[in-house]
Design a binder for this molecule. Structure first.
Ligand SMILES: Nc1ncnc2c1ncn2[C@@H]1O[C@H](COP(=O)(O)OP(=O)(O)OP(=O)(O)O)[C@@H](O)[C@H]1O
Ligand SMILES: CC(C)(CO)[C@@H](O)C(=O)[O-]
Ligand code: BAL
Length: 330
């Protein structure tokens, strides 16, 4: 199949107009939100979206609203041309790349300065959303319980920024389906909960499909985590690892696999499993941010494995914060 060039749209109104005209012609739209610097993990989300929708929109936007001032917004990797090349190679193609310069109203800066014409288009002055006290944007979405633990503990504004920008993207692109990776497990659960209530499987059919916190008519799909050949979870941030750090970071996936195997062989004590993983990562030179075994739906901590759980990890190697997880279905 010949490579297909996606249409690149930078303007929100133009994006919405395109979606509406396609939907009016009877096509369904699948959205894959990303922050760019694409890898095979992202491409797998596109392949998943193609199963559920006629047309595919990939958004590329490094959302300042989800970074605290001390985080890595300014060093987040990007390579727009490289991303487009990768998207051209996807079998079946991508129809639109939505790549806005900015999705926030920055209002008035410290000192009374306002954004000058053209700055927004050049992507200038795109700052973390919490940096300016006179920041124009005021409305935030919070998924109050699910956002508290795991990554939410060390990144306290992260999920409000994610939920808010995802809602903005939903309002602009108006998709029928949106696909998120289970690599960011908590993020996926949060978005799914925002759109659709989780509830025990037995009563899912009668209740779950009716409880929609924000009444979006969008189907949320969780797509499986994609790993490098040696087990490292694919991530845009991996590019910042030195070869030595990368080698050491393999301790994350290797110890998770060992823990999963132990659980499958009968070990149910979460403290033992967690200690094993934390110690392995620390011995390799990593700094563990959290290692927790939680219920797959509620993300509440579990002491003894009795139902499906997910083992979630965040650890730093050098300055690079990596996350990984493994579902354990015993
Ligand atoms: N290895 C992966 N497998 C499956 N999905 C992934 C993988 N990596 C990222 N994704 C998904 O791609 C979407 C966009 O993620 P994003 O652009 O932040 O990339 P990323 O690799 O997660 O970056 P980083 O980990 O550096 O933040 C998210 O839904 C995310 O879960
Ligand atoms: C969902 C998302 C695109 C929102 O900025 C981001 O958090 C990501 O890439 O996972
Ligand atoms: N994929 C998660 C985006 C972030 O860490 O900001």
């Amino acid at each position: 199949m010949a490579a297909k060039d996606p249409l690149i749209i930078r303007d929100r109104d133009e994006m919405r107009k395109w979606s509406r005209s396609m939907r009016a012609q009877g096509s369904s739209i699948g959205l894959v939100p990303t922050m760019g610097y694409l890898h095979e993990g992202h491409l797998s989300l596109i392949k998943e979206a193609q199963k559920h929708a006629d047309l595919i929109v990939v958004s590329i936007y490094v959302n300042p609203g989800q970074f605290s001032p001390n985080e890595d917004l300014s060093t987040y990797p990007s390579n727009f041309e490289g991303d487009i090349e990768k998207l051209r190679s996807v079998h079946g193609g991508v129809d639109v790349v939505f790549n806005p310069f900015n999705l926030y109203d920055y209002g008035v800066y410290e000192g009374g300065e306002t954004m000058k014409k053209g700055e927004e288009e050049k992507g200038e002055k795109v700052i973390s959303c919490v940096e300016s006290s006179k920041f124009g944007h005021e409305t935030w979405i919070r998924v109050e319980n699910l956002e508290k633990g795991l990554c939410g503990k060390s990144r306290p504004i992260f999920f409000r920024g994610v939920a808010t920008v995802v809602v903005k993207l939903f309002n602009i692109v108006e998709p029928d389906v949106a696909v998120f990776g289970k690599k960011d497990y908590q993020q996926w659960r949060i978005i799914r909960r925002m759109v659709l209530c989780w509830i025990s499987k037995e009563i899912e059919s009668s209740y779950c499909n009716q409880v929609r916190d924000l009444d979006f008519g969008i189907k949320i799909i969780g797509s499986e985590l994609v790993r490098e050949h040696d087990g490292l979870a694919m991530s845009s941030r991996n590019v910042h690892l030195s070869p030595q750090e990368r080698e050491k970071a393999l301790s994350i996936s290797r110890s998770l696999y060992e823990a999963k195997k132990a659980a499958e062989n009968g070990e149910r004590d979460c403290t033992k499993l967690r200690n094993y993983v934390a110690q392995t990562i620390q011995k390799a030179g990593g700094k563990v941010d959290y290692d927790e075994i939680v219920d797959q739906e509620s993300l509440e901590s579990v002491e003894v494995i009795q139902s499906p759980v997910v083992f979630c990890i965040a650890a730093l190697f050098g300055n690079v914060r990596l996350i990984d997880n493994m579902e354990i279905n015993v």
